[in-house]
Design a protein around this ligand. Structure first.
Ligand code: NAD
Ligand code: UDP
Ligand code: UDP
Length: 324
């Protein structure tokens, strides 16, 4: 199924978790896809099944350096997304968000491409407003461990809106809330991948803090659908627009659901809460419903089941590797 004429589409961060699903979906719609990635957190494995596709091209490149290509649309997803990875080299994280945005916006300006930024619910920080609507300006620590990511993404949003106002670039800004699904990296410390792997290995499930903090979890296919709808919306729709599943769960509820689904013998164990960990998070998606006619369709248990199947295959390969 194709949503319109065939386009040349650049996906930065295309070898990552979300990017690989997006590339797959865009190819499925008949577009030409140029995937640009420096493989910091992404991997060839995520896109190996696309390499032989005649409309797919892969380029190893770091978006903090200029990029000269000819494209019609740009999805700017390049940036490590999990706290473990974005805090590994925080200066590079800020550079990726800020200099990466400048380069991709410069490219969009030159070739007159529409450009979508993968922003984040982290721009709301540890919010005093619940649920979070796009009108809320956020409560972000500018000097903490999470700041390289949060402030980098906030500055990227500023750049997007300034390129729109100053240079007339056609922009789209999506504020993505916690998303999960197959191809999440097993070692990136995010809660869904951590807990599924712990459950499958019958290891203790690690709850940080009291486990009563909340998150809203969106299945990857729903999210990709939202990104594509936002990119293809009418010219007045720049965003920012929240994309996420408004179902809100405590981390403890998530752990219990995963143990139940996997019939695991794992027990819950408590660890210290990382600094600046937001207490609650739930998107207000009224705008996405109204402007994009978008709403998530995959319930948490269903999405966790699909993700678990992926990780089951992963742990099988892992144990085969160990014994062989
Ligand atoms: P990911 O880490 O799997 O993917 C990020 C990709 O960007 C990786 O392939 C990585 O190698 C690449 N990359 C990093 N720095 C780069 C650079 N300087 N140049 C080129 N490529 C670079 O993460 P993800 O979950 O797929 O996230 C994709 C985007 O969505 C990110 O921008 C992230 O901030 C945003 N986002 C994700 C979530 C989520 O829950 N997954 C939530 C909010 C926002
Ligand atoms: N840029 C790029 N690809 C392009 C055009 C520009 O990577 O096709 C980079 C360029 O290196 C510059 C940045 O984007 O640093 C911003 O470009 P812009 O034209 O806005 O600013 P200027 O070149 O005037 O600094
Ligand atoms: N978390 C947890 N156990 C884990 C990993 C994470 O309790 O093994 C918690 C973490 O402290 C946070 C929530 O789960 O409150 C979501 O963490 P994640 O790193 O997935 O995303 P983010 O904090 O960026 O929303």
């Amino acid at each position: 199924m194709r949503s319109g004429p065939t386009k040349k589409i650049l996906v930065t961060g295309g070898a990552g978790f979300l990017g690989s699903h997006l590339c797959e979906r865009l190819l499925g719609e008949g577009h030409e896809v140029l995937c640009v990635d420096n493989f910091f957190t992404g991997s060839r494995k995520n896109i190996v099944h696309l390499l032989s596709h005649p409309n797919f091209e892969l380029k190893r490149h770091d978006v903090t350096f200029p990029l000269y290509v000819e494209v019609d649309e740009i999805y700017n997803l390049a940036c490590p997304a999990s706290p473990v990875h974005y805090q590994f080299d925080p200066v590079q994280t800020t550079k990726t968000s800020v200099i990466g945005a400048i380069n991709m916006l410069g490219l969009a300006k030159r070739v007159k491409a529409r450009i979508l930024q993968a922003s984040t619910s982290e721009v709301y920080g540890d919010p005093e407003v619940h649920p979070q609507a796009e009108t809320y300006w956020g409560r972000v620590n500018p000097i903490g461990f999470r700041s390289c990511y949060d402030e980098g993404k906030r500055c990227a949003e500023t750049l997007f809106f300034d390129y729109q106002r100053q240079h007339g670039v056609a922009i789209r800004v999506a504020r993505i809330f916690n998303t999960y699904g197959p191809r999440m990296q097993p070692n990136d410390g995010r809660v869904v991948s951590n807990m599924i792997l712990q459950a499958l290995r019958n290891e203790d499930i690690t709850l940080y803090g009291d486990g009563l903090q909340t998150r809203s979890f969106c299945y990857v296919d729903d999210l990709v659908e939202g990104l594509i709808r936002l990119m293809n919306a009418g010219p007045d729709v720049s965003g920012p627009i929240n994309l996420g599943n408004p179902g809100e769960f405590t981390i403890r509820q998530l752990a219990e659901t995963i143990v139940d689904l996997s019939r695991s013998r794992s027990r819950l164990t408590f660890r210290p809460l990382p600094p600046d960990d937001p207490r609650q998070r739930k998107p207000d998606i009224t705008l996405a419903k109204d402007l994009l006619a978008w709403t998530p369709t995959v319930a948490l248990r269903e999405g966790l089941g699909r993700t678990m199947s992926y990780f089951e295959a992963f742990t099988r390969d892992e144990s085969r590797g160990r014994s062989g």
